[in-house]
Write a protein that binds this ligand. Structure first.
Ligand code: NAD
Length: 436
């Protein structure tokens, strides 16, 4: 079976080879790399809840705390039947690289529960969320590990988790020592969430697009065509902000199908239509049952192979594979989903001179705004949306600039450059702490 943790370690080894020349003491460097191959702490166990039927059910749960070298652990919690120890560990390594790539003072972590949340009632989901917090106990907290939403976990779930965390602090009379709201991010606005968080990942990706446009000397934005796979939170906000900035978004899709509008589509109208009809494909005019006429229907596979300037996978992992990489016509790929390109596809794309802006940079606007949320909670202050976005833009632009200069200097891929910058930051922190 495919082991994502092995992939993450192989990737680290590859980057370490490139970084090795920068460190004199080879033994010490090797020790640092060895430390980073394993999470510092892996929590795993079973939690049990009473279902609405009165029956008890146990669930396998994990939290992988990979690195605290640069600050408290940071990373989402995933509720999915496909969660595994290997996946959680791999994702925790990637979180360490992501927080380092954009230089926010966090380490990396990831949590998960093997569960199909769609099979649980709301009250069962609440019990599961609260039981998970009890399982984590003092292993999380504002200065230790700050979890957030991931696949199938929502602001509501974060609200229950914060509440349970606060209840635990009350039981030990320690709630006065820290603001419990700073224990989780991605919370509802009414409960310490941050303005701008909802659109931050998509918008952060567009900030990266804007920086790229400067480097590539794109003169007329309206001539730059973009196809986006996925029209959920990330895909929609990327489309919205790219369109607002003047780029031409020509195709978007959801899990069923997509729509192609060569002259450029209107993301707001497309979202309205998707809400009305249930799927984007139904908004195309070559559909028999079509009642809205926004463009031509196309499949998800066809969207990936469209002749556009920029391709934006914003749905799932492993959608650009060894099979379709040779057919991709876009010259630039901006990875808004996590892990949309397989390692084999990555090699093919590099050989074909297709530039891939990697997920750890492109979609880091989300975790960066989570960081702003935590800062607001810790200071007991709440920023306006304009204040949040005014901080996000330079953060993304600075991260891009640092990675781009390594990319240009070393004539490597943007992905390897991003990893080089990120892993170096983590290793340097390990050195400074004297941990190796
Ligand atoms: P979402 O659930 O809001 O949206 C997912 C979209 O993908 C939906 O439009 C869905 O219809 C579509 N989709 C599902 N299966 C598909 C398929 N087979 N082909 C094409 N489209 C398909 O999720 P999201 O929050 O937008 O996250 C999307 C990706 O971005 C994920 O990889 C996620 O890990 C990553 N990401 C999200 C954030 C965030 O802040 N939400 C931050 C960083 C990374």
């Amino acid at each position: 079976m495919h082991n994502p943790y092995k992939d993450a370690v192989t990737q680290l080894e590859l980057v370490a080879k490139r970084l090795a020349t920068e460190y004199e003491d080879k033994k010490r460097f090797a020790a640092a790399v060895a430390v980073l191959k394993k999470p510092e702490r892996l929590l795993e166990g079973k939690i049990e809840i009473t279902l609405d039927s009165g029956k008890k059910q146990a669930f396998q749960v994990f939290r992988s705390q990979h690195s605290s070298a640069r600050g408290p652990y940071k990373g989402g919690i995933r509720f999915h039947p496909g969660v595994s120890k290997e996946e959680v560990q791999a994702l925790s390594l990637w979180m360490s690289w992501k927080t380092a790539a954009v230089d926010i003072p966090y380490g990396g972590a990831k949590g998960g529960i093997i569960v199909d949340p769609k099979k649980l009632s709301k009250s069962e989901l609440e019990k599961l969320s609260r039981a998970y917090v009890r399982f984590l106990g003092t292993a999380v907290g504002p200065w230790i590990d700050v979890p957030a939403p991931d696949v199938n976990t929502t602001p509501q779930i974060m609200a229950w988790m914060v509440d349970e965390y606060q209840a635990m602090l009350n039981e030990t009379n320690t709630a006065h020592l820290q603001n419990p709201l700073a224990s989780f991010t991605g919370k509802p606005l009414e409960l310490g969430g941050s303005q701008g968080r909802e659109e931050a990942t998509g918008l952060g990706g567009v900030y990266i697009l804007e920086e790229l446009a400067k480097k590539l000397n794109w003169k007329r934005k309206q001539d730059i065509t973009i196809a986006i796979q996925g029209f959920g939170n990330v895909g929609y906000w990327f489309a919205y902000h790219a369109d607002t900035a003047g780029y031409k978004v020509v195709a978007v899709s959801d899990s069923k199908s997509g729509i192609y509008v060569p002259e450029g589509l209107d993301p707001v109208r497309t979202l309205e239509c998707k809400k009305e009809t249930g799927q984007i494909g139904a908004c195309a005019c070559n559909e028999k049952e079509c009642n809205v006429s926004l463009g031509t229907k196309l499949s998800n596979e066809a969207l990936l192979e469209l002749d556009v300037d920029v391709l934006v996978p914003a749905a799932l992992e492993n959608v650009i594979t060894a099979e379709n990489a040779k057919n991709i016509k876009a010259k630039t790929i901006i990875e808004m989903a996590n892990g949309p390109t397989t390692p084999e596809a990555d090699e093919i794309l590099a050989k074909r001179d297709i530039r891939v802006i990697p997920d750890i940079l492109a979609n880091a606007g989300g975790v960066s705004t989570s960081y702003f949320e935590w800062v607001q909670n810790l200071s007991g202050y709440s920023w306006s949306k304009a204040e949040v976005l005014a901080k996000l833009q330079p953060l993304m632009a600075t991260a891009f600039e640092g990675i781009w200069s390594v990319y240009a200097q070393e004539k490597t891929t943007v992905r390897l450059a991003a990893y080089q910058v990120a892993v170096k930051r983590v290793i340097d922190a390990l050195y400074l702490r004297g941990r190796v």
